[in-house]
Write a protein that binds this ligand. Structure first.
Ligand code: BES
Ligand code: MN
Ligand code: ZN
Length: 536
């Protein structure tokens, strides 16, 4: 091989080493009694006379907030921030009025956004501690627990910065360290506290995925992905198994190994097991992730412009590993198997060629038309493996196609699948987390596009319906199981700072995968018709 780079056992660094992690507390207290550098209140758009806690603070300030509303300086638009110095009129040194937008559009997603904008605003001002009321838990009509969860998620995710490679002089800005949510009613404070705990768990795990995706590919190798997975498994007491190239070859994973043969970097199949309902093996969920730690395209080499973004081609795998962390923490009553196929896609001297035919673990053959359509090849074997393990409900997550970015942009993840119920459940889980999904069809007609003259199928369907033909190939490896495919090529990264998303990795769809596991667990053991699906 021409590529002689030694596999590097990169230590998994996290942003937390530089940035202090935010601490969120919940206290039962009167907003006017707390001594703090800043107290955060809120306002819906169009409200002239603030009520609730904002009204209480307004009164204590002699009607200053009302006056600013009257003058048009405070409008209550979503994410609007107005800082008022209290000059000793109340115990808090500053009051920050956060706009919640129109009341009819208010939901948990608004709280996440506002919470992110607020903590970032305070950080910019050099304020490291603040007290806030629970947005929406009053007239907003939000469940107090959900409010607490959304505040925690917004704050943690919004403050996130990837600073692993910034030396001191480029990394001297202040940190926002402590947020205290106050609520007079003790019962509600308790509910908010439960929400904060849950939100901290989901956000912290999303950040694990963000860190892995943002990490450059010379550090985030398949070996370091496996190490990150080992850490999650160890922290949560989950079973983990990592398969290496010789084992995988023996098991017949020809599609995965075809991609892996172009690099000297050892490939890894990372398998994590969470056993939340060991007595009912049919109550299961498989989470399958694409873990291409760098996608050059292989012999069908990509053009150089923007190729650096392909360090993020393992985002699906990262989100699956990170979701196992939340699942391990919140312990839903369901068995979850995570399978991540991790390798580089490099054009080494032993790389596979266009025209090569590979055989996946289930015996089906694939003609490799384009070595850059590698994601579906590695997923084919990962899906087969999960089916062999008896998994009957599958969700795969992958930065699979550039066509997905063309179709849906970065606003939502494309969903495709063979089971309407599981598709619906995934989209519904997304409604709860604020991560958006949109379904694309898998009509039989599309299957013609991946017909091959020399093999059972080909790995590229040409220019038409690129995201769908990729999914049509995956469908060939899930026979008998309910299956959903999530193409996160657009949503796994953000090109700008917006709400709780920062530039770079988003951590999508970690929170939705965890929510789905919880929802499926609450629904109970699937009906017999489902478990008819047998592993091949
Ligand atoms: N990793 C890419 C897809 C991708 C593109 C993700 C842009 C994120 C941003 C994938 O492996 C790929 O190269 N797909 C090809 C498939 C084609 C050769 C059939 C594509 O989309 O061009
Ligand atoms: Mn590719
Ligand atoms: Zn790829």
């Amino acid at each position: 091989m021409t590529t002689t780079r030694k596999p590097k056992a990169a230590k998994s660094k996290t942003a937390a080493k530089i940035a202090k992690t935010l601490d969120i507390k919940v206290e039962s207290a009167d907003i006017l009694d707390v001594e703090t550098p800043a107290v955060v209140v809120n306002l819906f758009r169009g409200v002239k006379k603030p009520g609730g806690a904002t009204g209480v603070v307004d009164k204590a300030l002699g009607g200053l907030i009302s006056e600013l509303i009257e003058e048009g300086e405070i409008k209550g638009g979503t994410g609007e921030t107005t800082l008022i110095h209290t000059l000793g009129k109340i115990k808090a040194s500053r009051v920050l009025v956060a706009g919640l937008g129109p009341q009819d559009k208010f939901d948990a997603q608004v709280v996440r956004r506002v919470s992110a904008e607020v903590v970032r605003f305070l950080r910019r001002k050099g304020v490291s501690h603040a007290v806030t009321i629970a947005h929406g838990a009053g007239i907003g009509g939000l469940d107090p627990q959900l409010s607490g969860q959304a505040i925690a998620e917004g704050a943690h995710l919004g403050l996130y910065r990837f600073g692993n490679y910034l030396t001191k002089e480029n990394n001297n800005s202040t940190e926002f360290e402590e947020l205290t949510v106050v609520e007079l009613d003790k019962g509600r404070a308790k509910e908010i506290g439960a929400g904060v705990k849950l939100g901290t768990s989901t956000a912290t795990s999303s950040i694990i995925a963000r860190d892995m995706v943002n990490e450059p590919a010379n550090h985030m190798t398949p070996t370091s992905m496996a190490e990150a997975a080992q850490k999650v498994a160890k922290d949560q007491g989950l079973k983990i198994q990592v398969l290496d190239n010789p084992e995988m070859k023996k098991m017949g994973m020809g599609a995965f190994m075809g991609v892996a043969q172009g690099t000297d970097e050892p490939a890894k199949m990372i398998i994590i097991r969470y056993e939340g309902d060991p007595k009912n093996p049919e109550n299961n969920l498989g989470l399958i992730g694409k873990g291409i730690t760098f996608d050059t395209g292989g012999i069908s080499l990509k053009p150089p412009g923007g190729m650096e973004a392909m360090k993020g081609d393992m985002a699906g795998g990262a989100s699956v590993i990170a979701a196992m962390q939340v699942i391990g923490e919140i312990k839903p009553k369901i068995n979850v198997l995570a399978v991540v196929a991790a390798t580089e896609n490099m054009p080494g001297a032993s790389a596979q060629r266009p025209g090569d035919v590979v055989r996946a673990m289930n015996g089906k053959t694939i003609e490799v038309i384009n070595t850059d359509a590698e994601g579906r090849l590695v997923l084919a074997d990962a899906l087969c493996y999960a089916r062999e393990q008896g998994i009957t409900r599958l969700v795969d997550v992958a930065t699979l196609t550039g066509a997905m970015v063309t179709t849906l942009g970065k606003a939502c993840t494309g969903v495709m699948g063979n089971d309407d119920t599981l598709v619906r459940q995934t989209i519904d889980a997304g409604h709860k987390t604020g991560e958006k999904f949109w379904e694309l069809p898998l009509f039989d007609e599309y299957k013609d596009l991946i017909k091959s003259d020399v093999a059972d199928m080909k790995n590229s369907g040409g220019r038409q319906a690129g995201s769908i033909t990729a999914a049509m190939l995956l469908a060939e490896f899930v026979e008998g199981a309910a299956w959903v495919h999530l193409d996160i090529a657009g949503t796994s990264t953000s090109d700008r700072l917006s709400g709780y998303l920062v530039k770079g990795a988003t951590g999508v769809p970690v929170r939705t995968l965890a929510q789905l596991a919880v929802d499926l667990a609450n629904e109970g053991v699937p009906k017999k018709s489902r478990s008819k699906a047998k592993a091949k």
